[in-house]
Write a protein that binds this ligand. Structure first.
Ligand SMILES: C[S@@+](CC[C@H](N)C(=O)[O-])C[C@H]1O[C@@H](n2cnc3c(N)ncnc32)[C@H](O)[C@@H]1O
Length: 256
């Protein structure tokens, strides 16, 4: 799909220099959390078996996945998609087969899971690339109809900088979607940051705290909510099994 002359290792195309300061701790933490799955388990996501320690979370994530795949299907036309922070590629794969004519580039900086993505989901319309978005130059400019950030936006510090870059990657009327990611009211951020740092410290990876960011609703003012979860109390009382996170969409109006 991509014709740029760049390095390829184990099926992953490298668009920027490798750097390990984030991914080494990130992968070790994932292992401890039970989030590194076998190829077979990854191939079934978002479905998991009963032994998966994060099964409850996947039940909720399945709902947001189905909602988004239905949305893509309804477009009923060929689409070029970029999945930012694709991890092991399960969501890229779901999108690639939502309907005919969709092609997906999954991008991440976590080599281990990118290689797993290639192993498990290798197909004519899916490509997995390693790249720091801010280091890859202009090869993605005007290239995508849809860009997704599924559970990954919280790993980017400066959302203004991120969104202005991603907007350059969009074709006219292209869209950016944020799925399964928390946003906070200003007054909640300090406490959330503290909880996250406590969690990382308890897990033995205090250094991960500098890679995880708590963004306010203000950062996504340009986005429209496509799904708004019911209040926590309602979800609890009615035992609703659906994502506790907003689904957010930005549509580019004029990319010329
Ligand atoms: C929680 S995982 C989400 C993976 C997948 N999208 C999903 O929904 O399960 C977050 C992913 O974001 C990736 N990530 C973090 N910072 C990144 C960056 N600067 N560029 C690309 N990916 C990044 C991580 O390596 C990780 O794979």
């Amino acid at each position: 799909m991509m014709d740029d002359n760049v390095q390829m290792i184990n099926g992953v195309r490298y668009l920027s220099q490798r750097e390990n300061s984030f991914s080494t701790s990130y992968v070790e933490l994932r292992k401890k959390e039970g989030r590194l799955l076998t190829d077979e388990e990854v191939s079934n996501l978002p479905d998991t078996d009963i032994s998966n320690p994060n099964r409850n979370e996947w039940v909720l994530r399945k709902r947001s996945t189905l909602r988004f795949i239905k949305y893509l299907k309804a477009k009923d036309r060929s689409l070029s998609v970029l999945d930012v922070g694709c991890g092991n590629g399960w969501f890229s794969h779901k999108m690639a087969f939502a309907s005919k004519g969709i092609s997906v580039v999954g991008l991440d900086i976590n080599e281990m899971e990118l290689e797993q993505a290639v192993r498990v989901f290798n197909s004519h319309n899916t490509e997995f690339v390693y790249g720091d978005l801010f280091e890859i130059g202009d090869i993605f400019n005007d290239r995508f109809d849809i860009i997704t950030l599924n559970a990954s936006v919280q790993y980017f510090k400066d959302l203004d900088k991120l969104f202005s870059l991603l907007k350059r990657f969009l074709r006219n009327k292209g869209e950016i979607h944020i799925i399964d990611s928390p946003f906070y009211n200003e007054t909640e951020i300090d406490a959330a940051r503290e909880r996250t740092q406590d969690y990382y410290t308890k897990m033995g990876f205090p250094e991960m705290g500098i890679h995880y960011f708590h963004h306010s609703h203000d950062c996504v003012k340009e986005f429209k909510a496509m799904y708004r979860p019911p209040a926590k109390i309602i979800r609890r009382v009615f035992r609703l099994k659906d994502s506790p996170f907003l689904w957010l969409r930005y549509i580019d109006q004029d990319n010329s």
